[in-house]
Design a protein around this ligand. Structure first.
Ligand SMILES: [Zn+2]
Length: 73
């Protein structure tokens, strides 16, 4: 059986940097529903995000992270 080759990791010092997009994950403290949305200026972890649409619980920002975006050819 052949082992699938893993995608190459970008090496340090790579000339071309992939653009990154920052996302914010908002999680409901009651039902733990998670919503991913683009990062807005002023977002920070533990920020209150208002009431959950499904259970009316408190939503908070639980994670902010960035993803590399593959270039479209
Ligand atoms: Zn909820």
């Amino acid at each position: 059986m052949r082992v699938l080759s893993l995608p190459r990791l970008p090496s340090i010092g790579q000339k071309e940097k992939l653009p990154r997009v920052v996302y914010t994950i908002v999680e409901c403290q009651s039902c733990h529903a998670k919503v991913k949305r683009p990062f807005n200026a002023g977002d920070f972890v533990t920020r209150e995000e208002g009431a959950c649409s499904s259970c009316s619980g408190n939503k908070r920002t639980s994670l902010i992270y960035s993803e590399e975006v593959a270039k479209s050819k």
